[in-house]
Design a protein around this ligand. Structure first.
Ligand SMILES: Cc1cc2nc3c(=O)[nH]c(=O)nc-3n(C[C@H](O)[C@H](O)[C@H](O)COP(=O)(O)O)c2cc1C
Length: 197
């Protein structure tokens, strides 16, 4: 049986005009499209989100269109710079706008860091867990100037890690999306039971 196309939302969590995070996300997006995925890119520089306010976020202009894009995706590729060992405020602000939409979906993380980005990756894994999302069992981190120069991935080791991520996003993204659909349509008492409409 042919599987539905895998919908991926890639988020650029750096507002830097010359962001290396953006370069790496674009590199991955090209590969995922070549593998047949439907990829939507949310670049928070070009599509800024107001600071999350629980009282008014749902009324903000463009919010319902963004919600539909988030709901459509089965996989989120989250790119962020390492700021003080943390995720960027732009990415955190995006994540704060949603939670139920993430349940049962897959997070794949990419961190621009000179220090391997481990604390940043862990923070994204924590967000995934809090929202009942899955995350790949690793994150990809890279150092700007070393792994990425003039908007291009220049190191073989980063290129290899990104190929691995693209493969795993496709394979595990499809598996999890298929199981999520089945669980939402079924009657079993799994964690997705409470997300049935
Ligand atoms: C406010 C601020 C805090 C930063 N903190 C760290 C840090 O704790 N560790 C680190 O490795 N890099 C840190 N950096 C460097 C950025 O992570 C690095 O320059 C990254 O490549 C920026 O990503 P971008 O090119 O996508 O904007 C910091 C940069 C800024 C502006």
């Amino acid at each position: 049986m042919t599987q539905p196309v895998l919908n991926v939302l890639a988020v650029v969590g750096s507002l830097n005009r010359n962001s290396s995070t953006r370069s790496v996300i674009n590199h991955v997006v090209g590969q995922l499209k070549a593998e047949g995925c439907a990829v939507d890119v949310l670049d928070l520089l070009g599509e800024p989100l107001p600071l999350f306010n629980p009282d008014s976020a749902h009324e903000a202009e463009g919010f319902s269109a963004l919600k539909s894009r988030v709901e459509r995706a089965a996989v989120y590729i989250l790119g962020t710079p390492d700021y003080h060992g943390s995720i960027s405020s732009a990415l955190k602000n995006f994540l704060d706008h949603f939670w139920e939409e993430f349940a049962g979906k897959l997070f794949a993380t990419i961190v621009a860091s000179h220090e391997k980005g481990l604390t940043v990756t862990d923070q994204l894994r924590t967000v995934a867990r809090q929202c009942y999302a899955w995350s790949l069992p690793y994150g990809v981190a890279f150092a700007d100037q070393i792994d990425v120069q003039e908007g291009r991935v220049v190191s073989d080791s980063l290129d290899e890690r990104l190929k691995m991520l693209v493969h795993d996003v496709r394979v595990y993204g499809q598996l999890l999306a298929g199981q999520r659909r089945a669980d939402l349509a079924g009657t079993a008492p799994g964690f997705l039971a409470k997300h049935r409409k």
